[in-house]
Design a protein around this ligand. Structure first.
Ligand code: NDP
Length: 335
């Protein structure tokens, strides 16, 4: 069983040297245990926070242990009545090829049906990122038909779903993404009304003018994934009583300061700004997954994946995700 462990903590930008590949023997199965062969590993921005020492909303990732992470795979051996060999399952298996689950941890594995939904989608649109999009959009922004919703990191796993869920509710969806190719895909493949290449706008005035052009009726809802200048530009175009779902601030994950230039606009626009952590809202997961699953199975919710091959490729792929090299959900296929 090959796994990636955290070898050291980064200061600022992480590097491949912060990780190490370790090979461990596979243990014998005890009564009640299940062995899962992980087929896909999910790479997510929150893992950057876990690499740090300080406690955030979650505990830091311990050194010299397998990196935390969501996984999708298949039961290959079972001494547990509930799980049969061949069952497709998702869980938090970590950055490794195999995962041993004991009877007491049964809740750590969920069986999934891959008849109409591909296994990998359970780590993206029909998994944690999809539910994240759903929670912020439905429970915080709650757009009405005809309103305008803006989302940053729009080509990503979360952002792509946000715009499409907004469109389903009759709202205008405007994305922000890095580069013309990502923006083209956000409009043509994901069906957003418009997408702004934020990299073409080095100053606030220019970015806010671009938002004005694409949001002629102002902004009613903003789904924040990035922070910094993008947030300021949105605030400058926000309507009275607009809502902001604070989901992520990836532009500051390596410790960069992310100042806010116009906090007074929150007051003058009477805005609601709410941060959330999706794993603290388990009560809404069934409802969210029902809508997301139906939309994906009927091909009404589109998504894209960037797939790195083999466990050894995980660190490089993770660093790429933090730099926007991914296009949609970043996965590692364990071959
Ligand atoms: P993405 O697939 O969106 O990948 C991250 C993207 O962020 C990159 O592709 C890149 O896109 C963009 N990005 C990276 N650095 C910057 C930067 N400095 N400025 C602007 N954009 C940048 O990841 P996810 O969909 O998995 O996650 C999106 C956000 O949601 C993250 O902030 C994440 O932390 C957050 N999140 C929060 C959760 C919660 O419970 N609150 C749960 C899950 C995710 P581009 O090339 O367009 O710049």
């Amino acid at each position: 069983n090959r796994q990636i462990q955290l070898a050291s903590r980064p200061t600022g930008e992480p590097s491949v040297d912060n990780f190490k590949l370790v090979e461990l023997p596979l243990p014998e199965l005890a009564e009640g245990q299940v062995l899962v062969r992980n087929h896909y590993l999910s790479l997510d921005p929150y893992m950057r926070g876990r690499m740090n020492e300080g406690k955030s909303y979650a505990q830091p990732q311990p050194l010299d242990q397998v990196m935390i992470g969501g996984t999708a795979g298949e039961v290959v051996a079972s001494r547990n009545d509930y799980f049969k060999v061949g069952d497709k399952v998702v869980g938090m298996g970590g950055w490794q090829e195999y995962q041993l689950v004991s009877a007491e941890q049964r809740g750590a594995l969920q069986k999934v049906d891959t008849t109409h939904i591909p296994l990998s989608a359970y780590l993206g649109a029909v998994g944690m990122p999809g539910v994240t999009a759903w929670y912020g959009l439905v429970k915080i922004i709650n757009p009405k038909a005809g309103e305008t919703v803006v989302v940053s990191a729009a080509s990503g796993a979360v952002g792509g779903a946000v715009g499409q869920l907004a469109k389903v509710r009759g709202a205008r969806a405007v994305g922000l993404a890095g580069g013309p190719e990502k923006c083209r895909q956000v409009v043509e493949e994901l069906g957003f009304d418009a997408c702004i290449d934020y990299k073409q706008h080095r100053d606030l005035k220019s970015l806010s003018a671009a938002l004005k052009a694409e949001c002629p009726n102002g902004i009613d809802g903003y789904f924040e994934n990035v922070g910094g200048m993008i947030l300021d530009a949105v605030l400058l175009r926000a309507n009275a009583f607009s809502r902001v779902a604070m989901c992520g601030m990836i532009s500051g994950y390596n410790g960069e300061p992310i100042p806010m230039q116009y906090p007074q606009l929150i007051l003058t626009n009477r805005m609601k700004i709410e941060g959330f952590i999706v794993s603290e809202h388990m009560d809404i997961w069934p409802e969210a997954l029902k809508e997301l699953g139906t939309l994906v199975a009927t091909k009404k919710l589109k998504y894209r994946e960037t797939v790195a091959e083999g466990i050894a490729a995980a660190p490089e792929a993770f660093l790429g995700l933090l730099k926007g090299k991914n296009f949609g959900k970043q996965l590692v296929k364990l071959i």
